[in-house]
Design a protein around this ligand. Sequence first.
Ligand code: PMV
Length: 337
Amino acid sequence: MPKVTAMAHANLAFIKYWGKVDFKLNLPVNGSISMNLSSATTTTSVHFDGRLKGDTVILDGTELKPDDPRAAKVSAHLDRVRKLAEIDTSAKVETENNFPQGAGFASSASGFAALTVAAAGSAELTLDQKALSRLARAGSGSAARSIPAGFVEWLAGLDDHSSYAIQIAEPDHWDLRDVAVVVSDQEKAVPSTQGHKLVTNSPYWQARKNQVAHRLNRVTYAIKERKFDVFGQELEAEAMAMHAIALTSAHNNSNGTWTSGIYYILPDTLELMRAVQQWRADGLPVYFTLDAGPTVHLMCEAQHANQVQDAVRELQNDRDWQIIVSEPAGGARVIDG
Ligand code: PMV
């Protein structure tokens, strides 16, 4: 079978996927909306090869041990592809991220999107965008959104067939920028898998669920009509809604201690969030969103991106922050083979 190489971009959620109704199929509680990020990519090649005795996974140049949970997740995903293609051939997988682990970009979205496209290609499956998105979703929920290009909505759906992502607008529809400020490169303490499980512990969960359908409509409208303030206000309020759930997801820990909620933000994160309010008061149109980590994603229109970066650098002083600027990017695609 041919060796096929694919690339996919990470995506930034404007409406968050936070809570699942099915943990095996990764069916989300609510739909979500995102943009593919030009500066964060995964490139993956897959070669189903009859001579191999088992799957091998090489991540950023290092072969993963078979008992590494990341290798197990890749093999489980290859199993889905093998089942569809009705083969039992092992594969060699080589994958590289162009962004550092723990930089505040979910590598699972670009990773599983690229793996899906490369594996389907090597298995000689002909899958349309919907089928690829459904398959990527089973590997990692947010990967469903890295399959289509540009601005994307993941339709929550009711089952495996109806939960997949579609394009809202092409990448060149709106010249937005994500100025990501990476304030810490430490791995997050609580993985998102855990966060998804704990949502129902929050007493505010029902309120968030009631709100989200309206917000999906507003953000879709704002993207289609390029209404930046509508977009920004929904974006920032949504980030706080997700974090309100996380902050109030009280739980017992395996070591017997109790925690009142998940705190993803660090002091530097909060400082940036407060600075954004001041920058807007000073006339700079910029809004923030946060994922399950301390990185602050500052969203603005392209004509303000330099001003936003200057404002960040001034606040940064001599701290070790990394700024990564992205524009809307294309979908997951075969680049070789
Ligand atoms: O795909 P997961 O399980 O890593 O969940 C992603 C969760 C957030 O990044 C916080 C939100 C989102 O919609 O991407």
